[in-house]
Design a protein around this ligand. Structure first.
Ligand SMILES: Cc1cc2nc3c(=O)[nH]c(=O)nc-3n(C[C@H](O)[C@H](O)[C@H](O)COP(=O)(O)OP(=O)(O)OC[C@H]3O[C@@H](n4cnc5c(N)ncnc54)[C@H](O)[C@@H]3O)c2cc1C
Length: 349
């Protein structure tokens, strides 16, 4: 028997999961499909951090994104009866005097154990930081989607879908939907509608390390972040590389992370695991969403870059309001802005 969901979502990473929830809470009939292999969400550390990078700058639209993320994850925690959102202060240590001079925010000096960390230039505490247990959130969501008949495992070939003016036929699923949304993260094979939007994807590698004697419970940032997993085990990351965009860890990545960890830590550590994934970065590192202007039955939600945990709830909500009720999409994240840029590059006046 063929299925007739209103929305088919291709991809159950952070983008597809948040969008599915935002549509379901509006009472819409949704089918999420995922091939259940790869994707970078499963490897994401889930850090939600107000001040990041060498510029020590506040994260883009932090003041509206952070409360939206907390409200959303709390609601899904209640619906799935699972705990995965953990507000917890984080520490930023300055790596140089120059970096310290660039910081003008609140916080003052931070108290850290100076037999654990290299904190010669001081630092500050970030009370609004949080951590999403991404795997737990995705698993709990998938279990719920399955339970309500809204999930299927499939590797969907984008070239085999057939949109027309009133619907999208998906023979591979024996389904017909009103709209199909690609939430595929970094997908170098592209699709016939949005494949021209160029990724600036960045490979990220991270380590799992054991640090005997280290009992810091907060995430610590200083050129690298170190996130506690319990029992003196920590996750440390992450590199940025624009080459060899695959999930294969490299010797160079490990060397870089180990060097940065030695700058942060005064304690010896042992590497337990080394992994890699590719961040779906587009344009200026902002999300990209919307229906295709010439083929509105297909749509796109991508570009979550390094901050999928923070960005996905707010923009999935905005996108769901657009898909269901024609709500506005912010021009800076509207997929039409990106498609126009591509076509003006190909057809200069
Ligand atoms: C090392 C590293 C650390 C990170 N740490 C953080 C962090 O601390 N905090 C944070 O917020 N973000 C972090 N990120 C970024 C975060 O991982 C991304 O922003 C986010 O995961 C992107 O989600 P997505 O849903 O767009 O893509 P993905 O997670 O890649 O999801 C895409 C999904 O689509 C599926 N798919 C693709 N094609 C098909 C198809 N044809 N048919 C069926 N299914 C398909 C895939 O299986 C996958 O499940 C990190 C990333 C990396 C690499």
């Amino acid at each position: 028997m063929s299925a007739h969901p209103e929305f088919v979502i291709v991809g159950q990473g952070l983008a597809g999961t948040a969008l599915a929830w935002q549509l379901l809470r509006r009472g819409r009939k949704v089918l999420v499909v995922d091939r259940e292999s790869g994707g970078c969400s499963r490897l994401a550390a889930g850090l939600i951090t107000p001040i990041t990078g060498k510029r020590v700058a506040k994260s883009w639209r932090w003041d509206e994104l952070r409360p939206a993320a907390e409200a959303f994850y709390r609601e899904i925690e209640t619906r799935t009866r699972t705990a995965f959102f953990h507000p917890r202060e984080a520490i930023r240590l300055f790596a140089t005097a120059n970096e310290r001079s660039r910081y003008s925010g609140p916080g003052g000096e931070v108290a850290v154990r100076d037999d654990w960390f290299n904190a010669a230039f001081g630092g500050f505490v970030m009370p609004e930081a949080a951590r999403l247990d991404v795997s737990c959130y995705l698993e709990a969501s998938r279990a719920h989607f399955r339970a309500v008949g809204a999930f299927r495992t499939a590797d969907l070939d984008p070239k085999q879908i057939e949109p027309n003016t009133s619907a999208v036929r998906i023979p591979q699923l024996d389904a017909e939907a009103q709209t199909l949304v690609f939430c595929r993260g970094f997908a170098p094979d592209g699709d016939p509608w949005f494949g021209a939007i160029p990724f600036r994807a960045a490979k990220g590698e991270f380590l799992t390390v054991r640090v005997p004697g280290l009992a810091e419970e907060r995430v610590t940032h200083r050129g690298v972040w170190l996130a506690p997993l319990g029992d003196e085990v920590f996750r440390a990351g992450a590199t940025y590389s624009w080459h060899q965009l695959d999930g294969v860890p490299t010797a160079a990545g490990r060397t870089e992370l180990e060097a940065r960890l030695r700058e942060l830590l005064k304690l010896p550590f042992e590497v337990i695991e080394h992994r890699a994934a590719v961040r779906p970065i587009i344009g200026g590192s902002v999300p990209v969403l919307g229906r295709h202007p010439d083929c509105p039955r297909v749509a796109f939600f991508n570009g979550l870059g390094s901050k999928g945990s923070l960005l996905s709830p707010f923009f999935a909500n905005q996108f769901a309001a657009h898909l269901c009720d024609g709500g506005e999409i912010d021009p800076e994240v509207d997929v039409r802005t990106f498609l126009n840029r591509v076509s003006s590059r190909h057809n200069p006046e």
